[in-house]
Design a protein around this ligand. Structure first.
Ligand SMILES: [Zn+2]
Length: 267
């Protein structure tokens, strides 16, 4: 993001080209291009795994890079790379090119007001460091609940700003079992959990602001691969725990996968 932001902020999109229509579906490529034409990019931010390219026409271009998606900034003279599925012609004679070898990437052009209702974004953390999320608040919330911690943390996404991944990671770092009843968590553990939640979210933010420089393109850049690097239990079923070596377990709980270390996160 640090790499993308200065390259595109303030630039106007003169025209765009969509070579892989499914990238922008369900919107048609024609409508997508029409809505982007002439828009100025006012900023770049991130929500979870979505890169949000903010436009001055009250729309946001939400991009999920998935496995192999990346952006390149090319000058007019540069040859287009392979798998260039979307090309944005900017008003400084440069082109912002989206390449995606495996074609799993997603681009959604949505209005700013509808952004929070967009699938994949609506589930994500709101403001992670809102003052509302204090230790006292967490203690009171947990003390009132007879549900499991995992269920509670996920059900409170609006307040706590946790999604499935963050919840699993925070519980692991705090050494708390996801299936423990919220109200039975000791005061000490609540403190550890509160700190772990803040730590996980801090790392998520730091991770999003570090970008990889793509040396294949002398004046280009790419990023995205770093997104999933810091998960310690999430999607690590059967792999050894980084703290104790026990094998990470997974269970589907409330329709979502829960990952935990049976040793570090005993009940
Ligand atoms: Zn462990």
């Amino acid at each position: 993001m640090r790499a993308l932001r200065p390259v595109v902020t303030g630039r106007r999109i003169l025209a765009s080209e969509i070579r892989l229509p499914k990238l922008v579906s369900p919107m048609s490529a024609a409508l997508f291009k029409r809505k982007l034409k002439g828009a100025t990019i006012t900023g770049v931010s991130r929500r979870g795994k979505y890169i949000l390219i903010e436009l001055n026409n009250d729309r946001v271009l939400a991009v999920h890079l998935r496995m192999t998606g990346k952006f390149l900034s090319l000058s007019v003279g540069d040859a287009l790379p392979k798998h260039a599925h979307a090309i944005f012609y900017l008003d400084n004679d440069r082109r912002l090119v989206f390449c995606d070898q495996r074609q799993f990437g997603v681009m959604r052009l949505v209005s700013r007001t509808r952004l929070s209702k967009t699938k994949g974004i609506r589930e994500l953390a709101p403001e992670p460091f809102a003052d509302d999320f204090s230790l006292v608040y967490l203690k009171e919330t947990l003390a009132r609940s007879r549900r499991t911690l995992k269920t509670l943390l996920l059900d409170q996404t609006r307040v706590l700003g946790l999604g499935n991944i963050y919840a699993a990671e925070a519980l692991f770092r705090a050494g708390v079992n996801p299936f423990k009843v919220a109200a039975t968590l000791s005061s000490k553990r609540v403190e550890l959990l509160h700190q772990a939640i803040l730590d996980v979210l801090t790392e998520a933010i730091a991770d999003s602001s570090t970008s990889r420089v793509n040396l294949e393109h002398s004046n280009g850049f790419s990023y995205g691969e770093a997104f999933e690097r810091f998960w310690q239990v999430y999607e690590r079923e059967g792999e050894p725990c980084i703290k104790c070596g026990a094998l990470i377990r997974r269970m589907v709980h409330g329709g979502r996968s829960t990952y935990w270390c049976p040793k570090c996160q005993r009940r």
